[in-house]
Design a binder for this molecule. Structure first.
Ligand SMILES: Cc1cc2nc3c(=O)[nH]c(=O)nc-3n(C[C@H](O)[C@H](O)[C@H](O)COP(=O)(O)OP(=O)(O)OC[C@H]3O[C@@H](n4cnc5c(N)ncnc54)[C@H](O)[C@@H]3O)c2cc1C
Length: 447
């Protein structure tokens, strides 16, 4: 497979988040011309949207090694590595400072709408490998396209939250109830958000780390503001798995989050409804909402709904690119078995790189959160290793691309929607937090 095309053109990286900027740093360290396109007004725009959330990873696991070298050369002061930043800290103390080193090579307010091969739609094979990519963008000035020798899609999944509907399709009435539905962990320090939920009947859907964070916050609010109550709608038959293993998670803050959420649910005004697969959201006469499951259970008198049921990748912008994705996870086919709870039941997940991420479209790579498709176990550290390997492959350094240079925390707890869904499951929340009883070992590939 050819890796080098049109070497006078830049490599375009889509997204100035943690993975995109790490890709840029690795490419820059190999003297490869790089252009980062970011839809938001600044670096880490998606992370900023959950800026109030404290990460379960310490700083030592949130800084890419190539980025660190670039920053250190520019006089950057590293944060204390053992501390746990919030999303806002991650942006201010690392991501934006890293992006600033690239000057005009990071373009903000530039939304990628499509990626294609110049003058060739998906069907045309003739001269395809030699043709540059055309990255179609929308900016304040209008539409344009940028030519690229290779494309690294690090656009994340933040813009694609899963809907409330239990079958992955928006529930009937979900759109009509939009004013009372949020797909984000509420920032309860914000007075307007606090007002929105204080004294209300709030439904939380989802069992991942984001849902746990929301339950902790809302039950604390309920202690302060009488009348606040929570209905926790859980697709699985019991919530046991949602908390199982929290005490063994070797990402200690992630484990602690699970334990705090369990205590919050036990102590707070939380009604847990298991096996609740949402079909419909109706409006009651008094304007409140009634949520109905496929098997006819109803939760009524609902004021607000917080949907934290995971994310899905935007593949529409890649419709003219030849992709080979796993039909279940929508992740690169070679990567999927390493991260799919349906097939490996949380055994060993090896760090991976260009080989697993490569696509039939030579020179195109998915990295970061988006590369995991609908799987929920992505960690920033994994993304840093992906980008190191992909940058090496693009630069033609195939030995370095094939090497594994990752030290991950040894284990984490695993278990996602597919694994538990038959009788007892729910989708993960924000980022994988794990809900299952088995330990996942993240080790080094030896071959
Ligand atoms: C609440 C939460 C907590 C998390 N906590 C941790 C943790 O503690 N430890 C950990 O290792 N991981 C954690 N993660 C998981 C993961 O590391 C982060 O989600 C991380 O931000 C993923 O990085 P990314 O660069 O792949 O994607 P993102 O951070 O989503 O960045 C993608 C970027 O692309 C931009 N973009 C999107 N679409 C386009 C487009 N069409 N054109 C141009 N730009 C576009 C976005 O604006 C964004 O800036 C957490 C995730 C969430 C949601």
């Amino acid at each position: 497979m050819r890796e080098q095309h049109n070497t006078e053109l830049p490599v375009v990286v889509i997204g100035a988040g943690p993975a995109g900027l790490a890709a840029a740093a690795h490419l820059r360290s190999r003297d490869v011309d790089v252009l980062v396109l970011e839809s938001g007004p600044h670096a880490g725009a998606a992370v900023s949207e959950w800026g109030h959330v404290r990460l379960f990873s310490p700083w030592s696991e949130l800084i890419d090694p190539a980025a660190e070298k670039l920053l250190a050369g520019a006089g950057w002061t590293s944060p204390q590595l053992a501390r746990y930043p919030t999303g806002a800290d991650w942006v201010a103390s690392y991501l934006q400072q890293l992006a600033d080193l690239f000057g005009n090579a990071v373009r903000y307010g530039t939304t990628v709408t499509a990626v294609a091969k110049q003058g060739r739609d998906r069907l045309v094979s003739s001269g395809r490998d030699e043709a540059p990519f055309t990255v179609h963008v929308r900016t304040a000035e209008g539409a344009d396209h940028i030519r690229a020798r290779a494309v690294v899609d690090a656009s994340g999944t933040w813009t694609g939250p899963n809907p409330l509907g239990g079958d992955g399709v928006p529930a009937i009435g979900e759109a009509n109830a939009a004013a009372h539905i949020s797909y984000r962990i509420p920032d309860l320090r914000d007075p307007a958000t606090r007002m929105r939920y204080a004294g209300k009947h709030v439904v939380v859907a989802g069992t991942g780390a984001s849902a746990k964070g929301a339950l902790i916050g809302l039950t604390a609010l309920a202690k302060e503001v009488p009348g606040t109550r929570i209905s926790w709608l859980v697709r699985r038959a019991t919530v046991g798995e949602a908390f199982a293993g929290s005490g063994q998670d070797e990402l200690p803050e992630r484990g602690a989050l699970g334990q705090r959420a369990q205590a919050a649910v036990q102590e707070g005004p939380v009604a847990t409804l298991n096996g609740f697969r949402i079909a419909r959201v109706g409006q009651e006469e008094d304007g409140r909402l009634a949520i109905e499951s496929f098997d006819g259970q109803v939760v009524d008198g609902v004021d607000e709904i917080v949907v934290l049921t995971g994310f899905r990748p935007d593949l529409a912008m890649l419709s003219e690119i030849r992709l080979d994705l796993d039909p279940v996870l929508q992740a690169p086919r070679e990567l999927a078995p390493l991260i799919d709870p349906n097939v490996h039941s949380c055994g060993t997940v090896y760090p991976h790189g260009a080989k697993e991420l490569a696509q039939p479209e030579s020179g195109f790579y998915l990295v970061g959160m988006k590369s995991y498709g609908r799987a929920t176990s992505f960690l920033a550290l994994t993304g840093f290793e992906q980008t190191r390997s992909v940058a090496a492959a693009i630069a033609g350094d195939h030995d370095a691309a094939a090497r594994v240079e990752l030290t991950l925390p040894d284990t984490g707890v695993c278990g996602g929607s597919g694994l538990f869904d038959d009788e007892s499951a729910d989708g993960g929340g924000c980022c994988g937090a794990p809900a299952g009883p088995e330990l996942i070992t993240i080790g080094r590939a030896t071959d």
